[in-house]
Design a protein around this ligand. Structure first.
Ligand SMILES: Cc1cc2nc3c(=O)[nH]c(=O)nc-3n(C[C@H](O)[C@H](O)[C@H](O)COP(=O)(O)O)c2cc1C
Length: 166
């Protein structure tokens, strides 16, 4: 089975820093994603300072994995670079998934924390990280060395597939 079937959300990490080269590989994977009109309307903020991770982990009740992660990659949509109105969410979704798959490939653990479109989460992150108004913080990807192996459950469900018509 391919990498896709090995990926799972990892929320507990060992206290060990992920090397910068591996983080750069995640960013390369992110920027390799498809995007509408190949606009590549993304920006990234890489956070690794303890106090910043702590602050972000408190921004909403499901953000706690950010505290122990080695790095956080904040994925942002740049509205000035998006070429097709309304497609930026899909562009950023593809970009996030690429990060998760590359992390799996490198033996890292990662989890996607949702921010956009929940207004109070977005505002907190924008204010804390000085994000300009033309950028939307979509999500925070927590990255670290996984504390344990964990297992993946396969989810294929034939009843969700419709041939020719719904
Ligand atoms: C848009 C989106 C938002 C998510 N937000 C959170 C979150 O805030 N906190 C969290 O722990 N996991 C979050 N997740 C991870 C999901 O909970 C996880 O993908 C789902 O339970 C399936 O598990 P798996 O990733 O291990 O396959 C989010 C995933 C997506 C795609």
């Amino acid at each position: 089975m391919s990498l896709i079937f090995k990926r799972k959300s990892v929320r507990k990490y060992r206290d060990e820093r992920v090397p910068d080269e591996l983080i750069e590989n995640l960013l390369k994977a992110a920027m390799q994603a498809p995007s509408a009109c190949n606009a590549q309307p993304w920006e990234f903020i890489v956070v690794s300072k303890k106090e910043d991770k702590e602050a972000i982990s408190k921004m909403h009740k499901f953000a706690t994995p950010a505290r122990e992660a080695s790095h956080l990659i904040i994925t942002l949509g740049n509205l000035n670079e998006s070429k097709v109105h309304g497609m930026i969410e899909q562009d950023l979704g593809a970009c996030n998934e690429n990060i998760l798959l590359q992390a799996t490939h490198e033996g890292l653990g990662a989890v996607w924390l949702g921010f956009h479109p929940i207004e109070d989460r977005v505002l907190k992150l924008k204010e804390y990280l000085n994000i300009p108004d033309y950028c939307i913080p979509f999500s925070v990807i927590c990255v670290g060395w996984p504390e344990s192996e964990g297992e993946v459950k396969l989810r294929y469900d034939k009843s969700k597939v419709h041939f020719d018509r719904f």
